[in-house]
Design a protein around this ligand. Structure first.
Ligand code: ADP
Length: 630
């Protein structure tokens, strides 16, 4: 008895799209089905070596059969097949991988043309077929199943006889349409199929075979026609082909198809090592991180092959977290095929490969940073944050490795500057590497503390990423130069005369300062006169330890409530406002409390904080304005 089931909503949408596709490159359905067949063989091949319940085959192959009389095209493989459950979950819903990413992209771009660049998967069969049959048998099932659908709302599944493990997909091709010039009959011609396989699937590692008629003439011109089985593809994976065939186009094409991207990669790294460890790696850096790149859900990893035979899809041990943007594969002759996942983790060869790979990637990035800053900037915009996490992670265990890849925009430069470049440009008398934290350039440039540093003509790194200041705590120094926040104490920026001058002023205004401290004792640790403020009346600076910006970040995170930074209020003694304070203090000392609170709220605003008590602040301002008009 056949069971009728509904497609899941998302599948339905993709199916509609395929069926009503006005897309001209319908050819790609063949590539998609062959690539599924090849994946299925990969899986069986690997399981046969690692799972006693799965028996392997002597030869793995994909067979294409054309039947013009019945208008059918069949693609048969001896791969892993599907159980009844899998048929439902894999073909009834959109699989996580290619098709899902494709749908998301399509929603975003509304561009039908990207179909050709994507792995759209099984449903692409409905671009050319009015009905699709999938006859399949899994080694984990004692019977075969037949799935069929006309691509409408439903599909059917029933038991069927199938002796061998594997899958057979039969497409009943649509009728040609003269009006739209849609010619589906072409897929019943040997020549078309030969060309399509050569064009799209030549690299597939398993033989793609087809029976073809060969006509030969003897000496008397008598024609004889016989049927011979031909292998249509060269079966050499791209990374094993001669260098001359690994053109940029071919590599980009491979990347897009294999890793479901619709854009060319930003950079390709090809590694070929022979010696104690022998391996080939083909690595790609995607132009953009996937939407879930910075979440826990993102799975890093490289495909792993042994002698061109697939072992694992996402081997996590091959890439460190801070290079998790890498896509690609590693093929090594040093790994045995029947190695299980558990054993792989402790495999010494694999560890060596991973270590070597990391070095290569690092030096490749350094080269790019040096010789091709434009591309490196694009790379850094996309992945800089993950490198910074790499420095911060594990208490800085990898900081030496990564610190030179880190860059910042600065007060003097709208282009990124590396730490090395910053230090090289430091004036003789500059002892620290200065940084300032803020949400953007404008906000940082407006910091009251900026004035003094401008006068010194020191450059300042802009910390606009949440991680930046945390990372710097771990770095501590670079080339023995300590990092210093612009928002910390100013001692190092003041010369002796200025320090003396301040001390005297603090003595002269001791009473006022004491009064301000008393008013603000809940809010700040200290109130000081400032030697660095030029235009601004006040600023807030951080004391020792946790900075105010780090406090902001920590308070956004769950389970970190109430982390407090020490705050110090600095007042500009040369500002008219300071004179006004002195006036108020001597005439009506009671009023100083309101003035102090207002000053503090103002300083918070300049620092980009929310003020504690907007209503209170507004009331005080109103009062002041009324007073002033009297
Ligand atoms: P994708 O290949 O991107 O996962 P598809 O829509 O092409 O998406 O296929 C969905 C799933 O159906 C595959 O992941 C696989 O599990 C299963 N499948 C498709 N074709 C075959 C096949 N020939 N043999 C076994 N399983 C298959």
């Amino acid at each position: 008895m056949a069971k009728t089931k509904q497609f899941k909503t998302e599948s339905k949408r993709l199916l509609d799209l395929m069926i009503n596709s006005i897309y001209t490159h319908k050819d790609i359905f063949l590539r998609e089905l062959i690539s599924n067949a090849s994946d299925a063989i990969d899986k069986r091949h690997h399981l046969a070596l690692t799972d006693d319940n799965v028996e392997g085959e002597d030869t793995y192959e994909i067979f294409i059969k054309l039947d013009p009389t019945n208008r059918t095209l069949t693609i048969k493989d001896n791969g892993i097949g599907m159980t009844e459950k899998e048929l439902e979950s894999q073909l009834g819903t959109i699989a996580e991988s290619g098709s899902k990413a494709f749908m998301d992209k399509l929603e975003e771009k509304k561009d039908i043309d990207i179909i050709g660049q994507f792995g759209v998967g099984f449903y692409s069969a409905f671009m050319v077929a009015e009905r699709v049959f999938v006859k399949t048998r899994s080694p984990y099932s004692d019977t075969g199943y037949l799935w069929q659908s006309q691509g409408e709302a439903t599909y059917q599944i029933e038991k069927t006889n199938k002796e061998t493990v594997g899958t057979e997909i039969t497409l009943v091709l649509r009728q040609d349409d003269e009006e739209t010039e849609d010619d589906y009959s072409t897929y019943l011609e040997t020549q078309t199929i030969k060309e399509l396989v050569k064009k799209y699937s030549d690299y597939v590692r398993y033989a793609i075979k087809m029976d073809v008629e060969k006509t030969t003439k003897d000496d008397d011109d008598n024609e004889t026609t016989e049927v011979v089985t031909e292998t249509l593809n060269s079966m050499t994976p791209l990374w094993k082909k001669p260098k001359s065939e690994q053109t940029e186009d071919a590599l980009h094409d491979f990347y897009k198809r294999q890793y479901n991207d619709f854009e060319d990669p930003l950079h390709t790294i090809h590694i070929n090592v022979e010696g104690l460890t022998t391996y080939t790696a083909l690595l790609f850096i995607p132009k953009k991180p996937p939407y879930d790149f910075y979440t826990e859900n993102y799975e890093k990893g490289l495909q792993l092959y042994s002698k061109s035979v697939f072992i694992e899809d996402k081997n996590k041990d091959l890439v460190p977290d801070y290079f998790k943007f890498l896509k690609g594969l590693v093929d090594s002759a040093d790994l045995s095929l029947n190695i299980s996942r558990e054993m792989l983790q402790h495999n010494r060869q694999l560890k060596k490969i991973a270590a070597h790979l990391e070095k290569k990637v690092k030096s490749e990035l350094e080269k790019m940073q040096k010789n091709n800053r434009e591309t490196y900037t694009e790379f850094y915009d996309a992945y800089g944050t993950i490198l910074k996490y790499g420095v911060y992670d594990q208490f800085g265990a990898n900081k030496e490795k990564l610190q030179d890849l880190i860059m910042f925009k600065t007060r003097k430069s709208d282009d990124y500057v590396s730490l090395q470049e910053y230090v090289e440009a430091m004036p003789e008398d500059q002892k620290h590497i200065y940084y300032a934290t803020g949400s953007n350039k404008a906000q940082i440039m407006n910091l009251p503390q900026m004035d003094a540093i401008k006068e010194k003509d020191y450059d300042v790194l802009f910390f606009t990423d949440d991680i930046d200041e945390f990372m710097v705590q771990v770095l501590n120094t670079y080339q023995e130069k300590p990092f210093k926040s612009l928002k910390q104490s100013e001692d190092d920026l003041l010369d002796e005369d200025k320090k003396k001058d301040l001390e005297n002023k603090e003595k002269d205004h001791a009473k006022l300062i004491k009064a301000l401290k008393k008013s603000l004792k809940e809010n700040v640790k200290d109130v000081k006169l400032s030697g660095r403020l030029k235009e601004a009346p006040v600023c807030l600076v951080s004391g020792e330890g946790l900075s105010m910006d780090m406090e902001k970040v920590l308070n956004q995170m769950p389970n970190q409530p109430g982390m407090k930074a020490e705050k110090i209020l600095e007042i500009n003694p040369n500002h008219d406002l300071f004179k006004a304070l002195e006036n108020v203090h001597s005439k009506t000392p009671k009023k100083i409390d309101d003035y102090a609170k207002l000053l503090y709220q103002q300083a918070l605003l300049i620092e980009g904080y929310d003020i504690d008590d907007p209503k209170g602040m507004s009331d005080m301002m109103v009062k002041l304005m009324i007073d002033a008009s009297k």
